[in-house]
Design a protein around this ligand. Structure first.
Ligand code: SF4
Ligand code: SF4
Length: 388
């Protein structure tokens, strides 16, 4: 158990909590966004908010790749899977994400579509090799963490001259999403009632940062004057990162710091970055659930790999489709609403009957809150205190 128990030591966690409480200036409010779905899960699972003083709060961010995929792209995947001769390979989390008209990949499979759950891109490659008569499409989603594996699968498919394999690419980028969360007029960013939520700093994503390093956050931290601390997923990682953020705020700094030095470097994983750059290029614009259309925020296959691009092979043109109007996933993803504040939370929306994407993936804020927080934290909607 070495390297896990050490990071879950309750005595140490309480000691860091005491330090945070003593260093957080009374009367000053600190509100930090954990960008990453893995951190959202950790905050709920380990009751991290319960360890913090009342003037230090966490808000959830848009860092779960399942949650940010818009309805239109799920609709595209369903339409693809329903084509004769097509086999759609997907990760299990996507099966129950609500599509338009109450649909989902799971329902499409019940209706006869050939949809197979895979654990890796290599599973999809194997299916394509084993079944040359099928057109096998890999439904690729995720932030920079999962993109290298898709790039490697695409290179492998090319090397093997697999003509029945293609990728429906939905890979998105972390820095533009952080920018979109912060890029609201100052007034909006100061007060929930004007449409924004005040964010004083970020707990930067863990896995993503192992690939891209800490450097890409530097310009953001500088431009928006918000500190970023990249952190691991264990409770002590989170507590230490929060303490580092409190200290930066107290010092008036907005630096990028790295709590997760055991995994993350400044430059990141150069081999993974090269694989991504070889296969993918920036997409001019991509729709995110909750954040809308964001320029240069996603990837598409380069011209050199056009024959492996499912969007071109099947002439997919995505139509933007609105979410269920009662679902507040969009606001949850921006940190404006907490899961328990959504009217559907725990009434009609639960992991068994998800009405929005945030209840599907275990990293989604609503699912994490349902699993670990619903009994402890049914808060009424409160105004966020003005910046101090
Ligand atoms: S770093 Fe990992 S856990 Fe966090 S959002 Fe990215 S993929 Fe999910
Ligand atoms: S509780 Fe359900 S409907 Fe409400 S925001 Fe969360 S996922 Fe969407």
């Amino acid at each position: 158990m070495k390297y896990i128990d050490e990071y879950r030591d309750g005595t140490l966690a309480r000691a860091i909590a005491t330090t945070i409480a003593s260093e957080a200036v009374p009367g000053r409010h600190y509100q930090f966004m954990e960008f990453c779905g893995g951190h959202t899960h950790a905050v709920s699972r380990y009751g991290i908010e319960d360890l913090l003083p009342s003037n230090v709060r966490m808000v959830h961010g848009p860092g779960c790749p399942v949650c940010v995929l818009p309805v239109g792209r799920i609709d595209d995947a369903i339409a693809l899977a329903l084509r004769p001769g097509v086999t759609l390979c997907t990760y299990a989390d996507l099966m129950r994400v609500p599509a338009s008209g109450g649909g989902s990949l799971l329902k499409a499979r019940s209706a006869g579509a050939d949809i197979r759950m895979v654990y890796s891109t290599m599973d999809a490659i194997r299916i394509a090799e084993d079944e040359p008569g099928r057109d096998v499409v890999f439904f690729a989603i995720g932030f920079e963490t999962t993109t290298p594996a898709t790039a490697i699968a695409i290179r492998l498919a090319r090397r093997k001259m697999l003509r029945n394999f293609s990728v429906f690419c939905n890979h998105v980028l972390t820095p533009p999403a952080i920018r979109a969360v912060l890029d609201v007029p100052d007034d909006d960013n100061a007060d929930e009632h004007t449409g924004g939520v005040r964010i004083d700093g970020f707990v930067g994503p863990a896995h993503v940062s192992t690939v891209i390093g800490t450097t890409p956050y530097v310009a953001l931290a500088k431009h928006f004057r918000k500190p970023v601390v990249v952190a691991g997923f264990e409770p002590l990682d989170m507590m230490q990162a929060i303490l580092m953020l409190v200290r930066q705020i107290n010092d008036g700094r907005h630096d990028v710091e790295n709590q997760y030095i055991r995994m993350v470097s400044e430059a990141g994983n150069l081999i993974a970055q090269r694989a991504i750059a070889e296969v993918f290029e920036l997409r001019a614009s991509f729709e995110w659930r909750g954040l809308g259309e964001l320029p240069d925020s996603a990837l598409q296959l380069r011209e050199a790999y056009a024959d492996l691009d499912a969007e071109r092979r099947f002439s997919i043109t995505t139509v933007s489709t609105a979410d269920n109007p009662a679902c507040e996933c969009g606001d949850v993803l921006r940190g404006r609403t907490k899961p328990a504040e959504c009217k559907l939370f725990g009434t009609v929306c639960s992991p068994e009957t998800p009405m929005g994407s945030c209840m599907v993936s275990p990293e989604g804020a609503c699912a994490a809150h349902w699993a670990y927080g619903r009994f402890r934290n049914r808060v009424a909607r409160q105004p966020v205190p003005a910046a101090t």
